[in-house]
Write a protein that binds this ligand. Structure first.
Ligand code: NAP
Length: 514
């Protein structure tokens, strides 16, 4: 085991802010949020940064998901870093490999890649006031003044708990672990799930497989995806007049945040528009009334995360596709047996069954003040103050943490606002020579209580569905107010919501201060 005391003058226990030195900052994860954090922190003058990445590449979700048809249903010109707009997107909605290439290029262009410790998972974080002791999978130990978790929201695949799943004799994998060595051409493929991922896969591969068997537990509303290829004239124009890139970025940002955000958080007129668009899409794309009935959800559109997809209905109505709505009884070596006793023979079984939405930084063990364990504190219902901090965990910040805005938004925008907020915390520490900052317990409780109160007026709670948005206690675990409010609030931290710890000797005394 290698033990370092970090490269902060004064070593462990010193307050960088009081000493007037650079804080040492560990960023966990080299995905979209981690890349943005490095670029923005450096720009703000914080340069002692180390990124820990469990795999051998940057890119996060875009590195991890490589299934056929992978694309982003948020417009490319908005699903971009505000500091790295590009005229080069080939489509209005980018395909996965192009986004991954963009992540890698941005990380290289901005000198992020060179500070990433690849193949280095962080297994343990323990607060040793005012620093964090970080332990890697190799047993290395380093102390940091600040830790930023950029581990993403959905990264832990969920495998369905179905009897006999281990007995399946064909090829089987989760969508986030796509096995490209498995041939699909002419084979009988089954897919469990009908979320955003399954819709893209079914749309992309049905034409080449033998039979496509979609096992649907719950139908989904789908709105058409207005895909478009960008012409070279258009790209040239944006290259010549880069200001246009910013104008278009702002246009998409404002339109999506205002309209979609308002719809999900209570604007009934906008919800009605979404419902009508989905219903029209289904009616126009699926002529067979019996099939259409089986594809029609009994809940409100946008209750589950809305699927933007124009390829699913043409695929499911093709001759080689079967929509199976009888419940799954068990998985057998030859395929899937449904409740009606039929065995659907399969060569390949794709599990499009989603992710553990309560994971965030877990399973990394995070221990805060007084031995407080983050996983135990959350107990399956992750909560945070303004989605970035947790009481009892000073100088520990999260990007895309619990209760932040998610759904059909550009999470890049959300992350960038959260990074600016964390930078404001660092500036405060530097300005006042503070040792640590953590949310006050009372502020955290008031913030979460206000969200709890608001939740029933969102379509996620009132729309009559269940989804990964709900936590263990049945509460949608996302920001229930219009997202523009969140983005505006993150511009200007209210420091009265935080314990501003000047000296570590004061910390115990301040522990209970609300
Ligand atoms: P998901 O939305 O959680 O969908 C999982 C699907 O699996 C659901 O249809 C679910 O049915 C079904 N399922 C789970 N367990 C099952 C079981 N035991 N038996 C039968 N069916 C079962 O997962 P996802 O499609 O991977 O999408 C997750 C999220 O990733 C999305 O909501 C989105 O935020 C993100 N995503 C984004 C994009 C994009 O373009 N931006 C693309 C893909 C994914 P029930 O509905 O009945 O639970």
């Amino acid at each position: 085991m290698n033990v370092h005391t970090g490269d902060i003058p004064g070593g462990q226990g010193a307050s960088w802010a009081k000493a007037g030195t650079q804080p040492s900052i560990a960023i966990i994860g080299a995905g979209m949020s981690g890349i943005a954090a490095v670029v923005k922190l450096r720009k703000a003058g914080y340069t002692n940064l180390t990124v820990y990445e469990k795999t051998d590449k940057v890119g996060g979700t875009w590195r991890e998901n490589q299934y056929p048809g992978l694309s982003c249903d948020v417009p490319s010109r908005w699903y971009s870093f505000s500091f790295a707009l590009t005229p080069d997107w080939t489509h209005r909605f980018s395909y996965g490999p192009e986004i991954q290439a963009y992540m890698e290029k941005t990380a290289t262009d901005f000198g992020v890649t060179e500070i990433v410790k690849f193949n280095t998972p962080v297994t343990d974080l323990t607060y040793e006031a005012p620093q964090w002791r970080l332990t890697t999978g190799d047993g290395d130990v380093v102390h940091y003044d600040l830790v930023i978790s950029a581990t993403g929201v959905l990264h832990k695949p969920v495998l369905p708990n179905i009897e006999g799943i281990e007995t399946f004799a064909g090829d089987k994998f989760h969508t986030a672990r796509w096995d490209h060595s498995v041939p699909l051409e002419g084979r009988n493929v089954g897919i469990i799930g009908t979320g955003s991922t399954a819709a893209q896969i079914v749309g992309a591969i049905t034409h080449k497989v033998g039979t496509m068997n979609v096992f649907q537990r719950t139908p989904q509303w789908m709105i058409p995806l207005p895909q478009k290829e960008y012409s070279s004239f258009w790209k040239g124009l944006l290259r010549r007049f880069p200001v246009l890139q910013k104008v278009i970025y702002n246009f998409y940002r404002n339109t999506m945040v205002k309209n979609f955000g308002a719809a999900t958080t209570g604007d009934q007129d906008k919800l009605k528009d979404i419902q009508e668009a989905c219903t029209k899409h289904l009616e126009e794309a699926v002529a067979d009334p019996a099939l259409r009935a089986r594809l029609t959800p009994d809940y409100q559109a946008a209750c589950k995360r809305l699927i933007f997809c124009s390829d699913f209905y043409p695929a499911i109505t093709s001759d080689n596709a079967n929509l199976i709505t009888d419940g799954i009884k068990r998985i057998v070596p030859e395929g899937i047996e449904t409740e009606d006793g039929q065995v659907h023979k399969l060569d390949v079984l794709v599990l499009a069954t989603g992710f553990d939405a309560a994971a965030f930084i877990l399973p990394t063990k995070v221990t805060g003040e007084n031995g407080r364990d983050l996983g135990a504190a959350w107990d399956g219902s992750p909560r945070a103050h303004r989605a970035v901090g947790v009481p009892g965990f000073p100088n520990f910040w999260m990007l895309e943490g619990p209760t932040g805005p998610v759904g059909n938004l550009s999470l890049i925008t959300v992350s960038e606002h959260q990074i600016d907020y964390i930078i404001a915390m660092l500036d405060k520490m530097r300005g006042e020579g503070l040792a640590a900052i953590a949310p006050k317990q009372a502020s955290f409780e008031a913030y979460n209580a206000a969200m709890h109160e608001r939740v029933p007026s969102t379509v996620w709670a009132s729309g009559g569905c269940s989804s990964w948005y709900f936590d263990k206690s049945g509460v949608p675990n996302l920001y229930p107010f219009p997202p523009e409010q969140y983005l505006a609030d993150m511009h200007d931290p209210d420091f009265s919501e935080y314990r501003l710890i000047a000296n570590i000797s004061d910390a115990d005394e301040l522990q209970g201060v609300a």
